[in-house]
Write a protein that binds this ligand. Sequence first.
Ligand SMILES: [Mn+2]
Length: 390
Amino acid sequence: MLLLHVSDTHLGANKPSKLKEREVDFYDAFNEVMEIAIREHVDAVIHAGDFFDEPKPTPQVYLYAYRALRKLKEHGIDFLVIAGQHDQPRASQLPPLRVLGEMGLLKLLAQDYPETHIVKIRGEELGIVAIPYISPVKIEEYLKNIRVPDTNKRILIAHLLLKELSIPSAHASLAELSADKYNYVALGDYHLRYETLYRGVPIAYTGSTEALDVLEALSDKYTALVDLSNREVRVNWVKLSSPRKWIRIEARNFKDFFDNISKIVFEKYSKPPILYVTLKGKQSDLEIRRVRDYVNNMISEKKILIGRVEVEKEEESGVVTKSVLFEGTSSFTSTLDQVVYSVLGDKEIAEIVLTLLKSSENREDVKLIVNRILEDERIVNKIRRLVSTR
Ligand SMILES: [Mn+2]
């Protein structure tokens, strides 16, 4: 039995900068994973949560998800999924994965609480304990009542943060999950690839399929082929080629920046990369302008999709502050956010206007926001200035 493990596809995400191109990047990565599943003739795909980026996907997100899953279905490959926190709407709303389940495109194993399943995959039984996202304060109670199936082959699929990752707000340890009762543990929620063994049992986070921020982008993206045919489970990592590359340059001055950027061969990228430049230490206006002009030029030549320049300063107190000096894009498409921002020229005011625009159907929300603006003298003064310069 060959499974493909994937997680955190975040379909519908368009970070950074809310670009259409970025939204498509997330679909591309998901499609690549589906193609790998078909090419490798896997028996089923298991998705460890955060299928969607938001619990209220837009029609185009449904459309792309539908198309990718339909292709898999045509090849007779099952798609088994659990809900991550991004797939969990407020209690009264219909979970989006239920919609796809109802359409026969996937099997939703667990939405709000752990469930035990015995699934028949090409005539063979697979026992699955499925743990969707549960808040760290409540999970202990749920873990007490987990029923491990007594099938020959068993896997655990869970959307949670392991205590072994030693990051804040972790959910449970491998011991608390009784990870040794399974043949394989497929995890989601942590966006970087992570692999370990627990009493001989392979444990893996595949990580996100596309990067949601610069830190996630520093390592390559993967999916895992999990071979359960033999007693010894084999995990083979397949590197994804579609994710857009991010380039991060830290420089002291223009020359430093130039030396670094000159080494990069932009022709090798199939998609124009995202460039983040951090200028460190005290900067003269001239140095900053040279870097900014260079990045701007790369944008107009369409060598990069997004160019961002930030300055990192260490205050006398030792506190390091970062401020974004410039962010530009070679994208043709513009979102509502970008239009509002370019008209107003002030990020803070743009955000307030956008919040108002997006919540304008709700009278109470609008009232609340307007009152908050009027109470904040600084914002009111900013608006006055914006109006007077027009
Ligand atoms: Mn996630």
